[in-house]
Design a protein around this ligand. Sequence first.
Ligand SMILES: Cc1cc2nc3c(=O)[nH]c(=O)nc-3n(C[C@H](O)[C@H](O)[C@H](O)COP(=O)(O)OP(=O)(O)OC[C@H]3O[C@@H](n4cnc5c(N)ncnc54)[C@H](O)[C@@H]3O)c2cc1C
Length: 375
Amino acid sequence: MAHHDVIVVGGGPGGSTAAWRLALAGLRPLVLDAAVFPRVKICAGWVTPEALADARVDPQKYPLTIQPFSACRFEFDGARTETRWRRPASYGILRREFDHYLLDRARAAGADVREGARVTAVTQDAGGIRVVSPHGTFTASVVIGAGGHRCPVAEALGEVSGHEEVVIAQESETRLSPEWVEALGRWWEAPELYVEPDLKGYGWYFPKGDVLNVGVGCVAGPGADLPRRRDALVRALRAAGRLPADLPIEPFRGHAYVVRRRAPRKLAGDRFCLVGDAAGLARDLSGEGIGPAIKSGMLAAEAVEARLARGAGLEAYAAAIVRRYGSGETSWLGRQLARIPDSWARGLVRAVLNTAATRRHVVFGRIFGMREVAS
Ligand SMILES: Cc1cc2nc3c(=O)[nH]c(=O)nc-3n(C[C@H](O)[C@H](O)[C@H](O)COP(=O)(O)OP(=O)(O)OC[C@H]3O[C@@H](n4cnc5c(N)ncnc54)[C@H](O)[C@@H]3O)c2cc1C
């Protein structure tokens, strides 16, 4: 049975960032991912400047598909608004490429990456962590759980309850011919967001490079009916000319993630940290999860390095996450807002979206993390 200082379960942005950072510190983390990269990841691929900076990815030098955006449109209740920035305020990437790039970077830095290695069991005892996969059984002093919302480390050690809030989403990502990109040119310069009438989610129309990503997500539960929302969005996009009837698009595919709001998972223990979706860190209103996965991967790696070098406790990691993303419990303000009648809530959202300053600073700045990149 091979022993490692640290095992990372999952090689998405959270796991690959943690492994990269650990490898740069001179460790040789073992990364186990169920998939073989490049793999499909259901995701719109919207990244903030902050996420790229945290990942130490320079958008000017990134060698794969990257689409800078300096405008974004919002539609709610029949009103359409557009916000513009002088410089790019966010980017579009393809997850298939981006995740592969980050994982290869971790491998090049010295991480031992095993693909096609689905972890089937994780146990902990006084001596350490034991991880079982088709590539063998491995032991380690510490494990980082980065396997997405069904992460086996979270399920074994993170005190996952059956009461979590889950966001369900469906998307279609299609590579278009140059003729189609030209024909859709007027829709190509800015992503568009469509707030659902009941405020339970939103849809998006997101062009990037020669790829069009269309999707919709909402909080699971009574009335969620995602297929109805998807069909309504597609109908509206077709009627508006953004999705011409003869433009073939890839079938919609679904995925879900948990939001750390109702029943937060345990973020760390004596021998484990959870990062990214495994910890439920995707932002509840915007759904931004790439940035939190990268940031938490970095923070987990720093905490694990300190534990291995000096025996420091991993609770420092959990405290850093709570400082940054909150405790996961609904705030007093959140509880009051949840009680206001739907018509008032819609009026409030209308007022916020229709005022340029609140849209720019509250909606895009605070909720979506979109800020102009300094030149
Ligand atoms: C439809 C949709 C659209 C989204 N759009 C955006 C967006 O535009 N921008 C944004 O910031 N966020 C978006 N998100 C959220 C974002 O995709 C996630 O938050 C992000 O991928 C989390 O990264 P991660 O590294 O934690 O997990 P993942 O990217 O899910 O990586 C987890 C990895 O673990 C591996 N794995 C799983 N189980 C096992 C196992 N048992 N053993 C070994 N390996 C395992 C998987 O193969 C995978 O590679 C979207 C989510 C959805 C569902």
